[in-house]
Design a protein around this ligand. Sequence first.
Ligand code: HEM
Length: 401
Amino acid sequence: MTLHFPLARPADDPLAPPEIFRRLRDREPVTMATLWDGSRAWLVARHADVRAVLRDLPVSADITRPGFPRIFPLQQALPQGERPPFVLMDPPDHDVLRKLINADFVVRRIEALRPRIRRLVDEHVDAMLAGPRPADLVRAVALPVPSTVICWLLGVPVAEQGAFNEWTSTAIDATSTPERRAHAYGAIGGLLDRLLAEKEHRPGDDMLTRLARHVTSGAVSRHDALTTAMLILIAGHETTANMIALGTLTLLGHPEQADALRDDPGLAPNAVEELLRYLSIVDGVIGRVALEDFTLAGRQVRAGDGIVVLIPSANRDPGVFDDPDTLDLRRPARRHVAFGYGLHQCLGQPLARVELQVTLTTLLRRVPGLRLAVPMSELTFKQNDGVYGVRSLPLTWNEEN
Ligand code: HEM
C-alpha cells in the first residue's frame, strides 16, 4: 500500500490524530511514504524511535541538504541559496545562533513576565466580554496574546504593535491570498530590519537590541539576525495561538476536567502538558535527512533518505502513556514530545507554558458559562498546514458575566 503524507485527522473526531497512526505503531513503526511533491520519506511512529531520530541518530535538520523532506508546499518557499533560520540548520551554526537568544527564554526570565501576561490576558478577556456574543476566541484572545508577548520580547515599540499584530495574523492565515501573505511577511521583515538598525542608536532591554549588538561586534551577520527574529515570531505565534484555541475547545468538550482545573489552579502546569500531548499540534513539520546508513525498528535507512517524525503518534504511544487516547489532566504527561526533543527542542517552551497556563485558567475562571456557539461539525480545522489549529472558534457565555 502506498502511504501519502501528510494525512488528515479524522473528520468525526478532529482533535484525534489520523487513525492509521495506531496501525503504524503496531505493525510498521518505520515506513516509507510519498510526499505531496512525489518524493519519498520514512515516517517514524513510535515514541522511542522519534526520540532516537531527534537526539541520537546521525541525521541533519539542514533544509538545504539534498533529500531533506519538503513536507508542505510552503517549505518550498525558501529562496534558493539563502541561509535558513537556525531551526533548519545543524551545529555549529545552529548552536551559535541559538546561544545568542537563549538567555531570553530561561525559566526565571519568563516567570518574571507572568504578572504582565496575566494583565494582558485579562484585558483581552475584558474586551471580549464587553463585545457582542458570540465572539471568535482566535481573534479576541488566541492570536493577539502571543503576538503582543513576542513584541515585548523583541522590543517592538507599542505604537507599532497594532500593525505588527495585523501583519502576523495575515501572514499565518492560510486563507489569505499568497500575495497578501507575501506582502505581510515583507512588511514584518521590513519593520524588524528597520528596528534592528534603530536599536543600534536607541538600545533597549530586548532581543532586537542584543541581536543588533551582535551584528555590530561582527559575531553574526545582519541576515542571520533578521532571520532569527523572524523565526521567533513565526515559531512562537501560530503554535501558541493554535494551542490556546484548541486547548479551550478540548476543555469545553471535557467539562468534568475543566471543572477540576477551575477548582484547582495548581493543576494548570500538568494540565497544559497533557493538552500539549493530547493535541500534538506540530503534526507534520519535523523533518530530518539521514547523514549515514543506520537501522531503525528493523528498517534500513540510507544516507540521504528523508525522515518525518510523527509527533501526534509518539504522544499517543501506549508503551509510554497509559490509555493514551483519554484526556487526563492529572496524568504524568511530561515525557511528551510536543516541543520536539534533543538539539532543536523548542526554545520558547517556558514562554508557551506560561501563556497557556494563564490563558486557559483565566478563561475558565472568568467566563464560567463559556461554551461553543456552533456545533463542532461547523468548525473549520487547519488540515495539513504543519501546525494543527482551528480557523475560528465562536464562543458564547452567560449574560451575568
Ligand atoms: C505551544 C506552543 C509551541 C509548540 C507546540 C512548539 C513546538 C516546537 C517544536 C516541536 C520544535 C522543534 C522543531 C524541530 O525539532 O525541528 C520547536 C522549535 C522551536 N520553537 Fe517552539 N513551539 C511552541 C512555542 C514556541 C514559542 C512561544 C517560541 C518563541 C517565542 C518558540 C520558538 C521556537 C524556536 C526558536 C525553535 C527552534 C529551536 C532550535 O532549532 O534549536 N516556540 N517548537
